[in-house]
Design a protein around this ligand. Structure first.
Ligand code: GLV
Length: 377
């Protein structure tokens, strides 16, 4: 018996799929069971190390749903291959924890879960933006501490965003959703940096500008900056939405922080190592009006020394995608990735992932990041 004592569903299933954490909802289980899988779910909340995952996979494992907290490098993927594994899906849209090149060399398709996190993650970035700018957490602590002795003209003053400038670094799906929430909701101008122009976003903001003008209000504008520095200098709030790779590691460092307005807001709901966290602590100490909202950390679950003591930082434990709909949707997509590959289905090419979220799912694997490299498209 496996020392971890996994929960076993559909024990008679002919394909063995290991799931390294319990996932929310039931739809994902139905997808795997209908594909003939026996499901083995590791119990508990502890992040599993590689040796434990290798034990869990055992001598025979057809597929795995793993977590972003696990390093799916050549060692782990090699162990999956050696156990006869043919499919891996991350329970995440990001896959910086997976060595996709190694997976491709081993002919293991790697799934991820796009399309269900967009609005949810953008909403948390907005929540962090306003929690930081309006000092919600500091003020909550003050109330609970019994310090409120009556309304005061200067109590917890923050920044008004209406009509100011929002900066987005990485204007993909999530960055663009955040931008629209800030531009359309708060009539902010936008400046963004991305390797590629987001023409749809620019057109939407231009249309919104036309609409405002017709109402006799000032237009909003959208400008694609040539450099990250330009965004940092211009924006009143900067939200980070890039992928994590060597080119974005410590993208926000001490020198770049110095370019930001002394009372700007910085929000990160993408990946922790994009910010040099030690430099951020130093910057926040020197600039008490500079405020930060963080969902992710450089060395999760640790925080840089001093970060937790700063009043001008709002910190939450990597929960940007944590709505019931999104987390259940991610489970359905991860299961459909593994079930689809194991059944020899093609990769979904019809756009959108909603058909995978309830009921009978299409005969396809919804999102395989190395589909092209493996000739699955
Ligand atoms: C969460 O951080 C994800 O990448 O899905």
């Amino acid at each position: 018996m496996n020392p971890l004592n996994p929960t076993i569903l559909n024990p008679e299933g002919s394909l063995r799929v290991v799931v390294t954490k319990e996932l929310p909802g039931d739809h994902w289980k139905q997808i795997l069971i209908q594909a003939g899988c026996r499901i083995e779910i590791a119990p508990g909340t502890k992040i599993l190390d590689q040796a434990t995952i290798i034990d869990l996979m055992g001598e025979r494992c057809d597929g795995v749903i793993g977590q972003l907290t696990e390093a799916w490098d050549a060692t782990l993927l090699g162990a999956l291959k050696a156990a006869g594994g043919r499919a891996y899906s991350n329970y995440a849209v990001g896959f910086n924890n997976v060595d996709v090149d190694a997976a491709t060399r081993l002919a293991i398709p790697v799934g991820n879960t796009p399309g269900v996190l967009t609005e949810t993650t953008a909403e948390l970035a907005v929540a962090l933006t306003f929690s930081a700018s309006r000092r919600v957490v500091e003020a909550d602590r003050y109330m609970r501490g019994g310090q409120f002795t009556g309304w005061l003209p200067t109590l917890f003053m923050g920044q008004l965003f209406h009509g100011k400038t929002v900066g987005v670094i990485g204007a993909g799906r999530i960055g663009a959703a955040y931008a629209r929430m800030m531009v359309e909701g708060h009539k902010m101008n936008m400046v963004y940096y991305d390797l590629y122009p987001n023409e749809a976003l620019e057109a939407t903001i231009a249309d919104y500008g036309d609409f405002l003008e017709k109402q006799g209000e000032p237009r909003v504008t959208c400008h694609r900056a040539a450099t990250v520095e330009e965004v940092l200098e211009a924006a009143d709030v900067v939200s980070l939405h890039t992928v994590l790779d060597p080119s974005t590691t410590h993208l926000i460092n001490g020198d770049r922080l110095k370019l930001m307005k002394p009372n700007a807001i910085l929000v990160n709901s993408s990946r922790g190592p994009i910010i040099d966290e030690q430099a951020l602590v130093a910057h926040c100490r020197q600039h008490p009006d500079f405020r930060v909202g963080l969902d992710v950390f450089e060395k999760e679950p640790e925080m840089a020394p001093g970060l937790a003591e700063l009043d001008n930082v709002v910190i939450v434990p990597h929960i940007a995608s944590a709505t019931v709909w999104t987390r259940e949707g991610m489970a359905s997509l991860a299961a459909a990735n593994v079930a689809g590959v194991l059944q020899g289905y093609p990769v979904w090419d019809q756009g959108g992932v909603l058909p995978f979220l309830e009921g009978a799912t299409p005969e396809a694997a919804p999102s395989i990041v190395n589909a092209e490299a493996l000739g699955l498209r």
